[in-house]
Design a protein around this ligand. Sequence first.
Ligand code: RAM
Length: 531
Amino acid sequence: MTFTYQINDDVVWNKDKKLLDKADRNKPEILKSKIQPVAIVEILPDEKKINGYKSAITKTKIQHLPQVLLKRDDSIILDLGDHYVGTFAIDIQSIGSPMDAPLFLKVKFAEVAAEIAADSAAYDGWLSRSWIQEEYIHLDVLPTTLKMPRRYSCRFIELSVVDTSPKWQVSFQNPVFTAESSVTMEQLPKDTLADAELEAICNVSVKTLMDCMQDVFEDGPKRDRRLWLGDLRLQALADYYTFNDVRLIKRGLYLFGGMTTSEGKIPANVFITPQLTPDDTFLFDYSLFFVTTLFDYIQHTNDVEVLEDLYPVAKKQIDLALLLVTEQGKLCLQDEWPVFIDWSNDFKKNTAGHGVMIYALKRFVELAKRQEDVQLQFYQEKLAQLVAYAKDYLFDATENLFIVAENEEINIVSQVWMILSEIMPPEMNKKILENTVKTLFPIEGIATPYTYHHVVEAFCIAGMKKEAVTLIKDYWGKMIDMGADTFWEAFKPEDPNFSPYGSPIVNSYCHAWSCTPPYLIRKYLLTKINK
Ligand code: RAM
């Protein structure tokens, strides 16, 4: 399970002011609401919960917080009752003899109970430890109102007194968490699903999406707090079926469209502060998802102005990708523009990448028709070549499964992306997925809701609705059983305590790419479920 950093610091960027101004005009207002903690809790081991810990309400009621006096090494954990993103403030005073030393306080914010239990000092993973939501603060004068400096993503807040002095103790009052998002729950459709388990999964999904909907669609409000194209694509799909607030989608498209390399390539993610900055990271599939995200947006809104503005950028992504396709229709991926597909590098991704190429080109051809592009026929021919190559060289007609040509490997992502690219007749798609279930299930070695999303969507495309529902319940439902208030960046059902970083403390437990069940359910499965 690896993801490699890219450093391409020699890239020359084009910034298109007209497009970036339009991104700016779609900047959302951040809505704020005051949340008070609902309980004082303790963290207890529980192997059934994520990473082995759960929270339990203590005997001390939250109303009695001011009466709890803390001294050296004492701590208290506040529970907001749900996951929120925002800022935190609390009143603090000293009780007892005069305050003859500063208060030394540690404040830790946690999305799940296990983060409180994790020892930050022991963290030794490859992601920056600066993502750990923990602050050490000296307060020279009490009483005061402590206003924490950052925006945090959490359900639990642990206040640990590193030291007072033997002469006095500390008391906390009026904890307030100001939750932030660019949408509210009032925007959601009012209907509920007949299936209670799926309804619960949808509720956690929309909370996940809402907490990621900030100034841009963030991938995770705890980490990386930025706009990634692969995440944007899925957030947009989920948004159409839930909040239906398209400003952030439009903003995201203009941000990516407005920042490209001198050759026209779109970065995999962008930073918004201190000024708009494209990341020097490039992913083949993420660049192509600009095209599909634009296609989905146009389908949903019919916004002609956006199409006029961004069609040339979409076309450029296709043109750059087609440079890697031979006359025969073979996609030859390059190391400097890797295909992501999934974090795991335990399987080869060439065939899945070929599937993404067809998936994106098909949608581009539809846009090209709308735009009456004079090169339409060229793209149609390229599409035909890619499809022919996939059928002739990437499909094992004896096994009825797609292979990776280089080593004849048969893996799940190849099947899934080839089904999603819809190159085979429906009956064959079904046969391929039935074989996939027979030979490659239960899924192993995949830890991302991102890939599970694509597996479920492949089931939907192949008409295997029962399997789709079962997988949604088994995967997303299991996260709820294990304590999810919002869905996670990583989850490996066969090894639930797995962390891609060696410690839960830098995992994101509210992650955009896990929020898609409402899209999957409402687009493909609703009639089935409501029967
Ligand atoms: C990680 C994030 C993000 C994802 C990229 C590829 O940094 O989890 O969501 O899109 O990987």
